[in-house]
Structure formats: C-alpha cells, structure tokens
Design a protein around this ligand. Structure first.
Ligand SMILES: *[C@@H]1O[C@H](CO)[C@@H](O)[C@H](O)[C@H]1NC(C)=O
Ligand SMILES: *[C@@H]1O[C@H](CO)[C@@H](O)[C@H](O)[C@H]1NC(C)=O
Length: 538
C-alpha cells in the first residue's frame, strides 16, 4: 500500500497544510563560539534502551544513571559534577554529568586513554552484558548536540543522524560445551570511541560545533608501563560473566572535521522524519473516523427529527392537547442535574484545562518555538501551561456546578484541583516506585503489568455487571465506547509521542500533530453527542 500516492491524490485542502508539516524550529539557545584549542565539554546522560530500527523490539524501558556503580565508567578527577537542567528536561529523564574526556577545539587525538577501571566483579560484568543484550545506548552531549551515529533510512535511502550509540554489541558464542551458555549471546562492550566532531568556521578565530558523531568499537586494549594504550588491536572485549575482570581500559579518538553546515541548521540532520507516510496514514485515519461519526450523527438527527416533526404535524391537525414527546422531552433532560454533579463539573473543568494547555502548546510548537537545543522545552511548556490554566479549570467547574444548583462549591473546587493531578501523581509514584526498585534488582516488566491490568479491566470488571441495560448504556461500556473512538483517531500520532518520551527520540512533526489534534477534537465532540443521545433515548 503506497500511502504517499494516496496522500498526493488528496484534494488541495490537505496539500495546503503541507508547509505546516515540515520540520521547522527557531534556535533556542545562543551559539557558543570556541577559539582554537579551547576546551569543549562532553556531558553524559543516562544510559537508555534504544530500538535499532531492524525490527528489534524494545526489551526494557528503564534508563540507568551513567555513573551507576555497576557500570564502572571512568569518572573525572574529583568526581562528576552535575549540570543544572530545566524542569522539563529533568522530567523527561535528563541527568547531565561531567566526564573526563579531554576535548579541545580542532585538536585531533588518537588512542587517548580515558582511564583503566578497577577490577569489575562478575555480577557487574553480567549486569553490563544484560544491558548490552537489551540494546542500551550511550547518550552524550557536546555543546548541546547529542552524540549520534549515522543511519540509513531504508525506504528513502537518505542518511540521517540517530541520537545515541550502542553500549555494546552481541556475538554468538563460538564453541562451548555448556548447553545453557550456548543459548545466551555473548556481549562485547564498546570501550573505544571514535568521536567525529564537525565544526563550522565562523570567522578567522571563532569556530562552532555543528555535528557530533561517535563510532564506538570494542577492543581488548591493555596499558603498557607508561600508561599508554595501543588501540590497533583486533580482538574485541567480550565480557566474561563467570569471572571477575581485572579492569577495562577506555580509550578514544577525536577527529575534528570542517563542515559547511551553518550553526543555524545544525539540527536538520537529526530531525529526520522517519517514514512520513505513517503520519499521513494517521491523518487519513483520523479524518475517516471523523467522517464516519459525522455521518452517524447526521443520520440519527435526521431520522429522529423527521419522525418527531411528522408526529407534531399530525397532532396539530387533530388539535389534541399537546403532550411532549421525542426531542421535546430532551430539553428537560439535558439540563437536569446529573447524579454526580460535582464529579462531572470537576472532570469538565480538568478537561478544559487540558484542552487549553494542548491548544497553546501546539500553537507554540507549530510556530517553531520548541527548539530541540532547548532540552525538555516541550515538557516544560506542557507543565507550565497546565499550571497556568488551573484557573480555567476552577472557573469552568464552578460555573457548571453552580448551574447544576450545587451547594458545596468549596468541596467542588477541591475536587477539581485534586482529582486529575492526584490520579496522575498516583500513577507517577507507582511507576517511580518500580524504577527505584529496578536500580538495584529486577523490575517487573511493563508488559506483565499491562497484562495484569488488561486482565482486570477486560475480564474481571465486565463480569461484575448485571445485564439489565442494553450493553452500551451501562456506565462502563459507555466509557469504553466513548474512549475507543477518540483513541482510534489519535493512536498513531500518540505512538510517536510516547516513543519520543520513552526512547528519548526527538519528536518533530508538530504540524501533523496539530492536524490530528483538531480532528481529535471533532471526534470527541461527536462521540459526546452520540453518547448523550443514546442515554437520553434510554
Ligand atoms: C588535555 O590535552 C592537552 C593537549 O594534549 C593537555 O595539554 C592537557 O593537559 C590535557 N588536559 C587534561 C586535563 O588532561
Ligand atoms: C583531524 O582529523 C580529520 C580526519 O582524520 C582531518 O580531516 C583533519 O584535517 C584533522 N585536523 C587537524 C587539525 O589535524
């Protein structure tokens, strides 16, 4: 199926939006000019799992602190210093620390020794090997740019920079008598890094960093008596998980390459939109759902109104005493106070808050204010706007509650303030509790949790319902029904956002996201009309 062809065939309307879907950003930080030989800092971020694009599914979602004791990575003299980061950056997982790399502008280096670690106990070797088998990756930052590796988009044959680079690689064991060991892939640790830094000559004395690529490799390096290393070894450093390791030698090469990419566009090669067709597909998917729902709403309204009008006409001819029926009955019901007026007004208030936050954030994002250099800008913006729109939530829920004739308005405002954030925090702490546990021991895999949750949600809960109403009118199925359609409209784009949150990828198709968001809003309103109608009918 070629979605691109389909997308091209779409009317001018959609094509008119195309400019909005291109990656576009305003630089978020001022450029740093370096003199020749000036020190360039390399910051390290947590080790995170990555999908390497070859259909490998993700085996873990837990990031690990770079200087976690188990890794035994080289530390700078005097211990690592932490770099302050914005709230959004911290929430999205940034924990930046200094590193012992000695990089200077335009100074090439070969086989520099980073350090030789202390002896590594076999438990820690096994820990590192497990992380390698789970495709963990290094995340470094140089002058605000993530260290990347070059990847080829197999569909478009364009090369692009993929953020992060592998912690190690796996090899199949050559020969072993041990049956159990045969099943387990051996892990090669990447302990030699070839750091290629692209610089742009600003003027005769100032240079700027415009690209960082790292080619890691695994080498069985040893130090000679003077503490020098020989990096021309072929043999890879395969981690032995059955014995303590005397100590790993970490080495690096630095190559500075002149580049004609100006500083202003240095992010372009990072912001590769992988398979844009899938975003078109997502858009079309949402549009189809909206069309379907519109059709349904229109049909129901037409049929109901048609019947009602016909009956009113008959009544008028017979000049009977008019009794309200059909849609005339509805007007009394629509504004009747529902059983849980407080809960409803709290939820509506919170919904308005989220809606305002999403609208404003998306407008800023589409206008290009979320520069990727400004790490965590998206999350910071979301949190800030969410806080600011708290007043909207209070106002809307108070208005609604008053309209329902509620008396306990203080309680109502408290509920509005604590209900949704409370739920979010509860989930956050619950998940965090597992993450803290994962630092030292095994974590419950997310898949297991999801399966348990699904079992409870989809099997046990429906069984507790007594079948006294037609199925879609009971509260729980109605909730499911009300949620499934909007979810169906947005799930593809949602997948990419979640991907960028969990796997630290850069999300940069806000244009598409904005369109899908508009369609989502339509879907939600139509689902609301339909569900209200069915409930009122009942
Ligand atoms: C970094 O490298 C330069 C050039 O070789 C050297 O002069 C300097 O002492 C090194 N700095 C550290 C902290 O090792
Ligand atoms: C550094 O190495 C790169 C790649 O090997 C080379 O192109 C460049 O000219 C070197 N720069 C200096 C200052 O030696």
């Amino acid at each position: 199926m070629n979605w691109r062809r389909l997308a091209r065939a779409l009317p001018v309307l959609l094509l008119a939006y195309l400019p909005a879907t291109r990656a576009f950003y305003l630089p978020g930080v001022a450029p740093h000019d370096y003199r020749q030989g000036e020190r360039v800092d390399l910051w390290v971020n947590p080790i995170t799992p990555k999908i390497d694009g070859h259909g490998n599914h993700l085996r873990s979602v837990i990031p690990y602190h770079y200087y976690l004791d188990h890794f035994h990575f080289c530390q700078p003299a005097g211990g690592p210093e932490s770099k302050s980061a914005s709230l959004g950056a911290i929430l999205s997982g940034d924990r930046l620390y200094s590193s012992p790399f000695n990089l200077s502008m335009m100074r090439n280096a070969t086989c520099e020794v980073l350090c030789k670690t202390d002896a590594i106990p076999k438990e820690d070797a096994a820990f590192i090997a497990d992380r390698i088998r789970e495709h963990y990756a290094y995340n470094w930052l140089i002058d605000g740019l993530p260290a990347a590796h070059v990847k080829l988009d197999e569909q478009t044959h364009e090369s692009f920079y993929s953020v992060g680079f592998a912690l190690g690689d796996t090899v199949l064991p050559s020969q072993t008598d041990n049956e159990a060991a045969k099943e387990k892939q051996l892990a090669k640790l990447h302990n030699h890094y070839t750091i290629r830094i692209q610089y742009h000559t600003q003027d005769s004395v100032n240079y700027r960093v415009v690209g960082v690529l790292v080619q890691p490799s695994s080498k069985q390096t040893v130090l000679d008596k003077e503490g020098k290393a020989n990096c021309n070894v072929e043999e890879a450093l395969v981690l032995d998980e059955t014995a303590d390791h005397p100590g790993i030698v970490y080495t690096y090469d630095v190559q500075w390459e002149e580049s004609d990419i100006p500083w202003g566009t240095r992010w372009d090669s990072y912001l590769h939109v992988f398979d844009p067709n899938i975003h078109w597909f997502s858009l079309i998917n949402s549009a189809v759902i909206v069309l379907l729902l519109t059709g349904m709403v229109a049909m129901i309204l037409l049929r109901a109104l048609h019947k009602d009008i016909a009956r009113y006409n008959v009544d008028e001819e017979q000049e009977d005493i008019q009794e309200d029926f059909g849609w005339k009955l509805v007007h009394g019901d629509v504004f009747r106070t529902p059983p849980h007026a407080m809960l409803l007004s709290a939820l509506v208030g919170n919904g308005t808050q989220l809606l305002c936050m999403a609208c404003v954030t998306l407008v800023f994002a589409v206008l290009g204010f979320l520069s990727p250099s400004n790490r965590g800008a998206l999350v910071t913006m979301i949190v800030t706007f969410y806080m600011l729109f708290g007043c909207v939530a209070g106002y809307v829920s108070a208005r609604l509650y008053k309209m329902f004739g509620g008396e306990e308005w203080r309680k109502s405002i408290l509920v509005t303030a604590f209900l949704f954030p409370g739920a979010v925090f509860a989930v956050y702490f619950f998940v965090n509790f597992f993450l803290i546990g994962a630092r030292s021991s095994d974590a419950v895999p997310i898949g297991t949790l999801a399966a348990l949750f699904a079992l409870w949600f989809l099997v046990s809960t429906p069984l507790t319902f007594v079948p006294d109403q037609s199925i879609y009118l009971r509260p729980f199925p109605a909730m499911l029904m009300g949620g499934v359609l909007p979810f169906g409209a947005i799930f593809i784009e949602l997948y990419f956002i979640m991907n960028s949150i969990w796997y630290h990828k850069i999300y940069y198709v806000f244009g598409f996201l904005f369109l899908v968001f508009v369609l989502l809003a339509f879907t939600c309103s139509q689902v609301t009309i339909l569900i209200c109608y069915f409930h009122l009918c009942a």
